[in-house]
Write a protein that binds this ligand. Structure first.
Ligand code: GLN
Length: 446
């Protein structure tokens, strides 16, 4: 814990990952843990972790990197924060993000832009950009992110670390500030696959506080790390190596497949024909859910309240106008429109139907294959400022990660090469609740 705070002090002026530090409490906690006998200590005992700022932490400010939650100090812990505590981990602070997890670069934070530690002119990715950057910079060995359309995997790829988006329902969302409830999942970001497997095991499991958490036994993921992938059947969707994907990203995947083949896996090309509709369906569905979820930020219940209101309606309106950033407003408007009586059938309902088709594409491939492999993102991290005025280009960054959330299946991003000194990510996608196989393959490659 002390080392983590020392590293933060030394590096965070450049990286800008932390929004809040928990120094006093964490130091006291670490001292207390020192007294626990060795035989009672698990594999994660005493280790420091950073938590994305959309996960509520009792007594520690939680803002979702939004002005509208500035000063909001939760009175309870998210279920996973309790689980970290049960594992003997020490939460050292809260990590920057795109406001309410909407974005791919951390540039949508109301407070600061986190930098990519490999090259501070570049973004760390997003929305869990700081969760990945803090691990890549060695400020913390572990962090938690959330992934609605790629927000764990894309920053993990951009920062050269390991990020897992578990199966929908694997990890409790109680205490995760909702963006799009049918897509959101919390997951671990770490330096290597073993750490990741240990952390996922610690945070997984059914929770009576989240009715969408699944009552499926939690395996000992670390036991799957035996390096044996003989006979493993890998599918490579042609859509994932097609137009728009950079040459270096493509080549790094082809090279990785050779490494896996040499260990006894077989590789075949498949098609996920509805992939091209994923981005459109995602932005309708996630914005619709966000427009509903974010209606609770009204100036009465949480955080920021405008000074400038003559009546209740003005209080709502001005609080939201002043408190939310542009991207959040864009999505609330888009979502409200899609859910309106006159447009619901043409947009929201249609997007739900497309979502089912996408899920069926995945189900079909998984009838014959163990995993699907492709790049995590089309390119390495872009320069800060390069896409800020162009939301559609920014959205296209997530084209390879979004379909996975729509299908609800798990996927992991692991480092697999470099382009111009910036890391590239390999994405391994699996069947529902088969994170074990993802770790097995990731470990065999690593
Ligand atoms: N970048 C995507 C978006 O802006 C995904 C975000 C996420 O996974 N939270 O919605």
């Amino acid at each position: 814990t002390k080392e983590a705070f020392d590293r933060v002090e030394k590096l965070d002026g450049d990286v800008q990952a932390f929004l809040a530090l928990n120094k006093e409490q964490a130091t006291a906690k670490a001292a207390e843990l020192d007294k626990v006998p060795f035989e009672e200590r698990g594999p994660l005992f005493g280790l420091p972790i950073g938590v994305k700022d959309n996960i509520v932490t009792e007594g520690l400010e939680t803002t979702c990197a939004s002005k509208i939650l500035e000063g909001f100090v939760p009175i309870y812990d998210a279920t996973i924060v309790k689980k970290l505590r049960d594992a003997g981990m020490v939460t050292i602070g809260k990590l920057n993000m795109d406001e309410f997890a909407m974005g791919s670069s951390n540039e949508n934070s109301a407070f600061k832009t986190t930098k990519n530690p490999w090259n501070t002119k570049h973004v760390p990715g997003g929305s869990s950009g700081a969760s990945a950057a803090a691990v890549a910079a060695g400020e913390v060995p572990f962090s938690l992110g959330s992934d609605t359309g790629g927000s764990i995997r894309q920053p993990a790829a951009y920062c050269g670390v390991v990020g897992m988006k578990p199966t929908y329902g694997r990890v409790s969302r109680f205490g995760l500030v909702a963006f799009a409830s049918s897509l959101d999942q919390i997951g671990p970001i770490t330096r290597n696959v073993t750490d990741n497997a240990l952390l996922l095991e610690a945070i997984s499991g059914v929770d009576e506080m989240d009715s969408t958490s699944a009552d499926v036994p939690v395996p000992n993921y670390a036991a799957a790390l035996d390096g044996n992938i003989k006979g493993l059947k890998i599918a490579v969707p042609k859509e994932f190596l097609g137009e728009g994907v950079g040459e270096a990203a493509k080549q790094s995947i082809l090279d990785a497949l050779e490494v896996l083949k040499a260990q006894g896996a077989t590789v075949e090309e498949v098609s996920l024909p509805h992939s091209k509709y994923a981005l459109a369906a995602y932005y309708i569905l996630s914005s619709s859910e966000a427009s509903s979820n974010l209606s609770r930020f009204d100036g009465i219940r949480y955080g920021y309240r405008t000074d400038n209101a003559k009546n209740l309606l003005e209080l709502y309106k001005n609080t939201r106008a002043e408190g939310f950033g542009d991207e959040v407003k864009r999505r609330i408007m888009l979502g409200t429109y899609s859910l309106s009586a006159g447009t619901y059938d043409a947009y929201y309902k249609k997007a739900q139907q497309v979502r089912t088709l996408i899920k069926q594409d995945y189900d079909k491939v998984f009838e014959n294959y163990d995993v699907i492999i492709g790049p995590t993102a089309p390119t390495p991290a872009f320069e800060i400022g390069a896409n800020v005025d162009d939301p559609l280009t920014m959205y296209a960054n997530d084209i390879l990660t979004i379909p996975i959330n729509l299908a609800g299946v798990p996927a992991i991003s692991i480092p697999c090469g470099f382009e111009n000194g910036l890391p590239l990510g390999l994405q391994i996608i699996g069947k529902h609740f088969d994170e074990e196989t993802l770790y097995r393959v990731a470990y065999a490659y690593e």
